[in-house]
Each structure stands twice: as structure tokens, then as C-alpha cells.
Ligand binder design. Structure first.
Ligand code: G3P
Ligand code: CA
Length: 245
């Protein structure tokens, strides 16, 4: 049986793809301005348990801070600039809290794919805390889709908030996909599009899984993947691969 899938074909990667500083409220605004209906973003824990958005373990690439982000409390993280690295036009942009992101999604009518991105060693706690917060913060909106490369984080989310949909992330093909997705009660597999073929898509669909692929930035590749039966495409080129693609 195929799982119900309320999510659109196109998902804006890290909020606004490559058109804005990733994982910021400004990026979410850019995604919405391009008409997108769903965004993906990366959530992790500060030292004091606050949930905020950041892709990397460290602050160095996408802020004016440095070092491991999860080792700092929120009152230090909130002071950092998360926009100037991308462009001076975004100077003053902050790392957002998950609660602010939920509110911005509500304002724009955006669905969410929350990637649980634990700092090394905090997989269980991050899965548990993010799932609990997601259930509370997204009340009255379409259920956010939780995903993670971390089996431990997904297992914690499953234990804590079993009703929220989960997707397992894989960067390469792994023959244990069936066992893992069954064990974790996943509705979807989120996979690097380079690992897919028409045959693999058919095998995943045959098992009742939905498929979300990342990160697809060429329209002709996106078209082929949709023709194979992929359900959703996560893209940085939110301008070329628009919401009505
Ligand atoms: O969730 C899809 C994609 O975002 C996973 O890879 O490294 O961009 O977080 P990454
Ligand atoms: Ca991500």
C-alpha cells in the first residue's frame, strides 16, 4: 500500500535554495516569494537544548562565529550574523529558532521537511527533542516531515512522537533500505538523486515508500526523476525548478 503524501513535487532546499543565506528566515521568505509550497531545513540543538537551524556541525562556514555550534548556549548563538557570509545585503540576519521557523511557515502557508541534524554524539536527544517540538509547533498545519541520516535520531523521534511522518536519508544506495525503513516506520526514503535508477525507484515504490531526492538543480534531471516516479525533488535552483514544475 502506498503511503498518503500531502507534500508537493518541489521542495526548496535549506529554505531558499541557493538564492539566500541557507537556513535563515530570510531564506524562507525567498522560498515563499518564489511561490514554493514546501521548504527543507536543518535543525540541531544548542548546548542548553534550544532548537535552531544550521547545516554544519561548526559555525565557521555560514556565520561569523567559529567552532562547534552545539557547544554554545542560545544566548551566544543568537548574537551571530548568519547572513553576511552570503552577501552584505543580508548582514544582520540571525540563526533562527525552530519556533520562529514554525511561525514563518504558518504565515506563508509553507509545509516543512525538518531534517534532524544532530551534533556528533547527541543523536538520541536531538531526535527526541526536535520531534516533540515539531508536534507542538506545527499544530494546525500539515504535519512536518521529519528526516535524518541518523538512524538513532529517527528511532528516538519514532519512540517519542510516533504519529509524525519520518523519512530516512541516504547519501548512497544501501541494500539495507528495506529493513531500516521498516524498522523506523518511515513513510519515505530521502536519497541523493545520483544513487537512483528507474529500477531502484520501482523497487522503493513497490515497497510502498515515497521518494524524495536531493539536491537536483538541473530541470532535465528533475523531469527524468519525476518520470521515474519520484515523489518530491529538493532543489537549490528554486528559480529554475519552480513550484509548478
Ligand atoms: O534533506 C536533503 C538534504 O538536505 C540532505 O543533505 O547535506 O544538504 O543536509 P544536506
Ligand atoms: Ca538538509
Amino acid at each position: 500500500m502506498t503511503t498518503a503524501w500531502p507534500y508537493p513535487h518541489i521542495v526548496a532546499h535549506r529554505g531558499g535554495g541557493s538564492l539566500a543565506p541557507e537556513n535563515t528566515l530570510a531564506a524562507i521568505d525567498v522560498g515563499a516569494r518564489h511561490g514554493h509550497k514546501m521548504i527543507e531545513f536543518d535543525a540541531k540543538l544548542a548546548q542548553d537544548g534550544q532548537i535552531f537551524l544550521l547545516h554544519d556541525d561548526t559555525l565557521d562556514r555560514t556565520s561569523n562565529g567559529w567552532g562547534v555550534a552545539g557547544e554554545l548556549p542560545w544566548d551566544k548563538l543568537v548574537q551571530l550574523d548568519a547572513g553576511n557570509w552570503y552577501s552584505p545585503a543580508y548582514k544582520g540576519e540571525r540563526l533562527p529558532l525552530l519556533s520562529d521557523v514554525a511561525e514563518r511557515c504558518r504565515q506563508h502557508g509553507l509545509m516543512a521537511n525538518i531534517e534532524i541534524k544532530p551534533t556528533t554524539g547527541s543523536d538520541d536527544e536531538t531526535g527526541r527533542v526536535v520531534a516533540l517540538a515539531a508536534r507542538l509547533l506545527w499544530q494546525g498545519q500539515t504535519d512536518p516531515l521529519l528526516s535524518s541520516f541518523s538512524v538513532e535520531a529517527l528511532a528516538a523521534a519514532q519512540r517519542t512522537v510516533p504519529e509524525l511522518p519520518r523519512g530516512l536519508l541516504l547519501d548512497e544506495w544501501d541494500d539495507s533500505w528495506r529493513e531500516l525503513t521498516e524498522r523506523l516506520g518511515c513513510v519515505s526514503l530521502h536519497i541523493n538523486h545520483k544513487a537512483l535508477s528507474a529500477e531502484r525507484v520501482a523497487a522503493l515504490k513497490g515497497a510502498g515508500l515515497r521518494i524524495l531526492v536531493y539536491t537536483v538543480n538541473r530541470p532535465e534531471r528533475a523531469r527524468l526523476l519525476l518520470d521515474w516516479g519520484v515523489d518530491s525533488i529538493c532543489t537549490d535552483r528554486i528559480d529554475l525548478i519552480g513550484p509548478d514544475f
